[in-house]
Write a new protein. Structure first.
Lengths: 390, 174
């Protein structure tokens, strides 16, 4: 039987532990600066929202308020023509909690559902044609052209180079022979995402309107709802978990885009749910039996690793009825050559699940080995390489 | 360690605006509170600075009667979220490389390595909050209950279990 800790001793231990902690110089200045930026951003948001409302039902403004936190509305454009006419009110995402405003010419915007905390509306992060994604910036001309072409078509009809199952995917756009070069220098917000109406019912059918709504405190909650408004399947709500806005600034989870990943006529929706310094995790939603569900892998919601750093990287490709994931991770240095363990897993789409079909692992030597590029990047319709700026 | 109040004798507010007075009077103590709740200094700094940014507007507008209570509540909520977020990250974090720099390297590494901090990390968040607020911030149980949004009885339970567990953990480590 262990004697309980005495309150006096615990108080002394706690005091001793944190006594060295002091305020860093400039902390007050940083707080004031953060406050000032948020105030400015809120004003910008109000002005842009007013402008969008004046513009009538043809424009949807996105506003991310700092006080109550974000709510996200995305993928609203049923018209292919509208998908290209996007604009960004800001050059880049604001710091966490700041008001973010942009106008996306699209269908009338539906608000957040009642009963769900939502203090603002936000369209998908968009990029003007003049600001192509970083993938296109670093990719060979052919890859960039392919991505550009796919933006002008509905995602479900967008052709994309796919690897056949069992074969390594060709080096995707944005990848290079150097692992460190796989991370774009300036990964702008994806243009594919802004044009990605979710053709949930197949080509020619009205696109679904998608929004991500936080449950509880909008900046700190880990619980979110994907609200999908479809013509044929009414409004559906799917709960899911993701890193909060404060943990993944500026928005928390966002819709990455839609792609006909399973090649079945319906498109799958990809949502960013977590991000570290270099790797993002995306999850997938799809329509199964008339219901929108979050795809599962090995019994848990799927999380696809995208991107990485010099020591590890990940990506995936859509290969017909298969989804192929790629990762490599640094293992050791032997002599002058680094050694990487590369893994390729092939999954088959099976309703709401991805079933592992095959796994292949290989060791690749040398950080400059071109083979490494085959184990990173995203090759799936018009999906971007990354979502967040770094 | 009572969190001092600006109206306490000796606290000089002359020449300071409300917000600066709030910062001078409470920042360091709230930072220490956050360190005890989240377990490391950089994350605690983020939490407290975010709390101050949030409270700045309300202080300016005079919308909050007790800025200190508001700050403390915000720090606790943000610290709770930070811990949850960290758990999610840990679940998916790649294993560190043998020669990679440790997260514990830095000016405040010693704090993170303190036995009591490590022990606090190993008890449930609610218990950690209750015991820190009771025995470090010296708050009465009723106020802790209000801050945590639970009953006083629940707070007593948290504290009791936390003390038993901490006693065991500290004995093990010593």
């Amino acid at each position: 039987m262990t004697p309980p800790l005495s309150p006096e001793r615990l108080t002394r231990l706690l005091d001793d532990a944190v006594r060295p902690v002091t305020a860093r110089p400039g902390a007050l200045d940083r707080i004031r600066e953060g406050t000032r930026r948020r105030r400015m951003a809120r004003r910008t948001g109000v002005v842009a929202l007013t402008a969008a409302l004046i513009g009538g039902g043809t424009a949807a403004a996105l506003v991310l308020t700092s006080g109550g936190g974000p709510a996200r509305i995305a993928s609203l454009a049923p018209s292919p023509a509208s998908s290209l006419a996007t604009s960004r009110a800001e050059a880049g995402p604001p710091p966490a909690g700041q008001t973010r405003t942009a106008a996306v010419p699209t269908a009338p915007l539906a608000g957040a559902p009642s009963g769900v905390p939502s203090t603002g509306l936000s369209a998908l992060p968009s990029a003007a044609p003049s600001a192509p994604p970083s993938a296109a910036q670093s990719a060979p001309p052919s890859a960039a052209q392919s991505q550009s072409q796919s933006q002008s078509q509905p995602p479900s009809a967008a052709p994309s180079p796919q690897a056949s199952a069992g074969q390594p995917t060709p080096a995707p756009a944005g990848s290079s022979t150097s692992p460190s070069a796989n991370r774009p220098a300036s990964a702008g917000l994806p243009s594919a995402a802004s044009s990605g109406a979710w053709a949930i019912d197949g080509p020619g059918q009205p696109a679904a309107s998608v929004s991500i709504v936080p449950v509880g405190n909008a900046r700190t909650t880990f619980r979110f709802l994907l609200v999908v408004r479809t013509a044929a399947h009414a409004t559906q709500t799917v709960p899911f978990s993701a890193t909060s806005a404060i943990g993944m600034p500026p928005l928390g989870p966002v819709v990455v885009g839609a792609a006909n990943a399973a090649k079945d006529g319906h498109t799958e929706l990809f949502v960013l749910v977590d991000a570290g310094c270099c790797t993002e995790f995306w999850t997938i939603f799809r329509l199964v039996g008339g219901h929108v569900v979050q795809v599962r892998l090995a019994g848990a919601p799927v999380r696809l690793a995208v991107g990485g750093s010099v020591t590890d990287n990940g990506g995936f490709s859509c290969a017909g009825p298969y989804l192929v994931t790629y990762t490599y991770i640094y293992r050791a240095t032997s002599g002058t050559l680094e050694s990487f363990l590369a893994t390729r897993d092939t999954y088959r789409w099976a309703g709401a699940s991805l079933l592992l079909v095959s796994q292949r692992q290989t060791t690749i030597r040398g950080a400059q080995n071109p083979e490494l590029a085959q184990y990173s990047g995203v090759s799936c319709g018009a999906l971007p390489q990354y979502v967040l700026e770094r | 360690m009572m969190i001092e109040s600006p109206d306490q004798p000796g606290f000089d507010q002359q020449g300071l605006d409300d917000f600066t007075a709030l910062y001078v009077g409470h920042y360091e103590q709230l930072l220490r509170l956050a360190v005890l709740l989240v377990g490391d200094v950089p994350a605690a700094e983020d939490v407290v600075q975010e709390a101050f940014i949030r409270v700045h507007r309300t202080v300016d507008g005079g919308a909050v009667r007790s800025p200190l209570a508001y700050l403390r509540q915000t720090v606790i909520n943000l610290a709770r979220s930070e811990v949850r977020r960290r758990l999610v990250r840990l679940r998916h974090a790649p294993r560190p490389m043998p020669d990679a720099a440790s997260a514990e390297e830095g000016a405040y590494a010693a704090i993170s390595r303190q036995e009591v901090i490590r022990a606090l990390r190993r008890i449930p968040a609610r218990q950690r909050e209750a015991v820190v607020l009771r025995y470090w911030a010296d708050l009465p149980e009723a106020e802790i209950a209000e801050l945590m949004g639970v009953s006083t009885g629940a707070v007593k339970g948290y504290i009791s279990r936390a003390m038993s567990r901490l006693g065991l953990l500290l004995k093990e480590s010593s």
